[in-house]
Every structure is written in structure tokens, then in C-alpha cells.
Design a protein around this ligand. Structure first.
Ligand code: HEC
Length: 162
């Protein structure tokens, strides 16, 4: 009987000591903070890629960039502008068919180069007629905030040369 109790005390003591040691060792070597980095490196290592022209491995693309939210301006563009200017900016939206003059094709590099942001801002805010263009290009000042207009300008710009 006495023997049994001593055994019980001893084993629970040992167990307690093991648990304590285990906790302090996990604290010291906690793998969790490295997990995200490890995942990123793993994704990078497994990704298919072509070497740069210099023959080096291209830098890893930030995870957020690959799967992140849509660029600012894109959603509004698709909502309000793509019917005429096209989802790809090439002015081939269904609304463009009956228009004369045709909507601007934003992939046009020459147009992009000669147009400054101030003009695009004015067209968006006050409409095509405000700069002598077709009035089918409506004024959006009542619908879009300035911040939304600036985001749209960025999205219009990103089509250049695409
Ligand atoms: C109803 C069709 C239609 C919609 C919708 C439309 N546009 Fe246009 N847009 C036009 C037409 C047509 C022109 C060309 C006018 C011209 O060349 O006389 C034009 C021209 C433009 C230009 C060119 C100005 C320049 O300097 O040549 C910009 C920038 C533009 N639109 C941006 C937008 C944005 C951004 C939206 C969404 C908020 C939008 N448009 C919505 C028809 C449309």
C-alpha cells in the first residue's frame, strides 16, 4: 500500500516535471512565427518560373500581390466605364458599338503619352464636352468622389500598351 502511494507520488512528480520542461522548451523553440515565412518559401520553391534574361532566379512575388485585393479603381471602372471602354480598356464594350466617335482606347500608347492626368480628371469630372470631346462621355462628378476619380485615372493608365 505504502509502496503504491510512493509510486503514485513519484510518477505524478515526474509527469509534472516533464510538462514543465516541455513548456519551456516550446517557448524557446516556438516554430509558429516561422511558419508563415516557411509557407512563403515553400510556395516560392514550388512555383514554376522562368529565369531572368541574366540567368538568375527572379525575386519572389509578395504573396499579397498575387492573391491580394483588386487594384483601386478597377471595381468602379468595371461598374461604370467598361460598358463602353471595355474590360480590357480597348473600347470594345457593348455600349461602344453605336457610338460615334468611338470611346477612347486606353491601350493606345500614343494617346497615353500625350495625355496628362489633369485632362483625364477634367473629362471624368465634367464630361467629354468640357474638353471638346463627344458628350457621350458623360460627366461623372456627381457620382464619383475625387478619390475615386484618382483611382480611376490609375486604372485607365495601367492599360497603356496592354
Ligand atoms: C456611354 C459610353 C461611355 C461610358 C460609360 C464612359 N465613357 Fe469615357 N468616353 C466615351 C467616349 C465616346 C469617349 C470619346 C469621346 C471623343 O473622342 O470625342 C470617351 C473618352 C474618354 C476618355 C478620353 C479623354 C481623352 O482625352 O481622349 C477618358 C479618359 C474616359 N473616357 C474615361 C472614362 C471613364 C473612367 C469612365 C467611367 C467612369 C468612362 N469613360 C465611361 C464613352 C464612354
Amino acid at each position: 500500500m505504502k509502496m503504491r502511494r510512493t509510486l503514485l507520488v513519484l510518477s505524478s512528480l515526474t509527469f509534472g516535471m516533464m510538462m514543465a520542461a516541455c513548456k519551456s522548451c516550446v517557448d524557446q523553440h516556438n516554430p509558429r512565427p516561422d511558419q508563415a515565412k516557411f509557407k512563403q518559401e515553400e510556395t516560392f520553391a514550388k512555383a514554376e518560373r522562368t529565369l531572368t534574361p541574366e540567368g538568375t532566379i527572379p525575386a519572389p512575388v509578395a504573396v499579397a500581390e498575387a492573391t491580394g485585393p483588386a487594384a483601386p479603381g478597377q471595381a468602379k471602372f468595371e461598374q461604370f466605364c467598361s460598358a463602353c471602354h471595355g474590360l480590357d480598356g480597348k473600347a470594345n464594350g457593348p455600349g461602344a458599338a453605336g457610338l460615334n466617335p468611338k470611346p477612347r482606347n486606353f491601350t493606345d500608347v500614343a494617346w497615353q503619352n500625350k495625355t496628362d492626368d489633369a485632362r483625364i480628371y477634367k473629362v471624368l469630372k465634367e464630361g467629354g464636352a468640357s474638353v471638346g470631346l463627344s458628350s457621350s462621355m458623360a460627366a461623372w462628378g456627381g457620382v464619383l468622389s475625387d478619390a475615386e476619380i484618382y483611382d480611376l485615372i490609375k486604372w485607365v493608365r495601367h492599360f497603356k500598351g496592354k
